[in-house]
Design a protein around this ligand. Structure first.
Ligand code: HEC
Ligand code: HEC
Length: 334
């Protein structure tokens, strides 16, 4: 190679890699669906392409678990809106958890995490699955060791956070990936934007859902079909899982659980905190009957006396909340 060519190729090489670095540092502003509030900032953890990429790698990384057998994606499947088809998820060595895995979307807008709202910060929420003995059974220090030993991550952490592999950067990166999981393009959203029509049954279901006859939207309302609050819908007469009481210790919070978003509800079966209800039809029967006589049952849960046509319409409406573009979004794939 002539000297000139060597100099030229060096120049091209540096120019390209510098561009790649710059591109990775670009601040990402996810598209926010109409009708949504703006995405609250996550202080000190601005979204960049490199951080999202690292967060995604970690989300699919089995080295996060104690025996390298499971990753976040083992219990949170994209096609199921990042929920789990098992009533209660299997952790390392077949350990069975005690709750149904929640779907993961629109998390950057939420203030409480987990079914009892035990964590108020998305960044910190990843510590729970990593250290829960029924889930990944590990701890953040061991995760750092395993990632370092793999020799596959140092550059990515450097690029994303100008940091070595550290606890904070692991949590930050996982947060970045989870913040871009935004779902707001269901048939219902398209209808709201005037892009499509609802059929007669979906329309009847929509009216029922938002009516004071069913009260569904009093709890499952707003842009995310959840008021981000804790209630009992009278699923049980006595609750094995004390729910919100685990956090507040108040007897009045026993059996109260996070109100789930109903977005993508047709793909997140089984339902409720324990995954105890298999179908949406059965969920609607529970509400139609008005739940049990549990002492903390919310007063809005009353027998509804809906006809079969009305129940079918409510179901048809719930099906319009599925967002295929989210479930198939290539940006979330491994
Ligand atoms: C063994 C299965 C399992 C694994 C592995 C797992 N999760 Fe989960 N996830 C669950 C279960 C079960 C819940 C509900 C737990 C509860 O409410 O106590 C949950 C809840 C969550 C929530 C709360 C969502 C909300 O709306 O409040 C987030 C966020 C989350 N997981 C993220 C992750 C991340 C990130 C990882 C990997 C670091 C991960 N999960 C690994 C089973 C799992
Ligand atoms: C008082 C508040 C409240 C009202 C009113 C209410 N829900 Fe719920 N809903 C909840 C709570 C809380 C849960 C979760 C309970 C649990 O985890 O055990 C839930 C769970 C669900 C689920 C299962 C979600 C999942 O991911 O597991 C569906 C579906 C549902 N509700 C639909 C409806 C419909 C349809 C109506 C109206 C007929 C309605 N809800 C009325 C509070 C309410």
């Amino acid at each position: 190679m002539s000297r000139r060519l060597i100099i030229l190729s060096c120049f091209v090489f540096f120019a390209c890699s510098k561009d790649a670095i710059l591109e990775d540092q670009v601040i990402v502003r996810p598209e926010i669906p109409s009708g949504f509030p703006s995405l609250p900032d996550s202080p000190g953890n601005q979204l960049t392409a490199a951080r999202i990429k690292l967060g995604k790698r970690l989300f699919f990384e089995k080295l996060l678990s104690n025996d390298n057998s499971i990753s976040c994606s083992s219990c949170h499947f994209q096609q199921l809106a990042f929920s789990d088809p098992s009533p209660t998820s299997l952790g390392i060595q077949g350990q069975i958890g005690f709750r149904n895995a929640q779907p993961l979307f629109n998390l950057g807008f939420k203030e409480h995490f987990f079914r009892d709202g035990g964590v108020n910060n998305l960044r910190l929420s990843s510590l729970n699955p990593i250290s829960n003995p029924n889930e990944m059974g590990s701890d953040i220090v061991s995760v750092i060791k395993r990632l370092k030993a793999s020799g596959r991550y140092a550059d990515d952490f450097q690029l994303a956070y100008q940091d070595t592999i550290s606890a904070l950067s692991i949590l930050n990166a996982l947060e970045c990936f989870q913040r871009i999981l935004i779902s707001g393009n269901s048939k219902f959203d398209q209808w709201k934007r005037g892009e499509t029509e609802l059929n007669a049954s979906e329309e009847l279901g929509r009216n029922l859902f938002f009516s004071s006859r069913t009260n569904c939207s009093s709890c499952h309302g707003g842009f995310n079909f959840s008021s981000d609050d804790f209630k009992s819908n009278g699923l049980f007469e006595t609750y094995a899982d004390s729910g919100r009481q685990r956090i507040t210790t108040l007897a009045s919070d026993r059996g109260k659980f996070a109100i789930p978003s109903l977005r993508n509800i047709s793909v997140t079966a089984p339902y409720m905190h324990n995954g105890g209800i298999e179908t949406l039809e059965d969920v609607l029967s529970l509400y139609n009957e008005g739940g049990t006589n549990f002492e903390n049952k919310d007063e809005l849960i009353q027998p509804l006396n809906l006809t079969d046509t009305e129940i079918a319409a409510l179901l048809d409406f719930l099906l319009t909340l599925k967002d295929d573009s989210f479930l198939n979004n290539p940006a979330y794939k491994q």
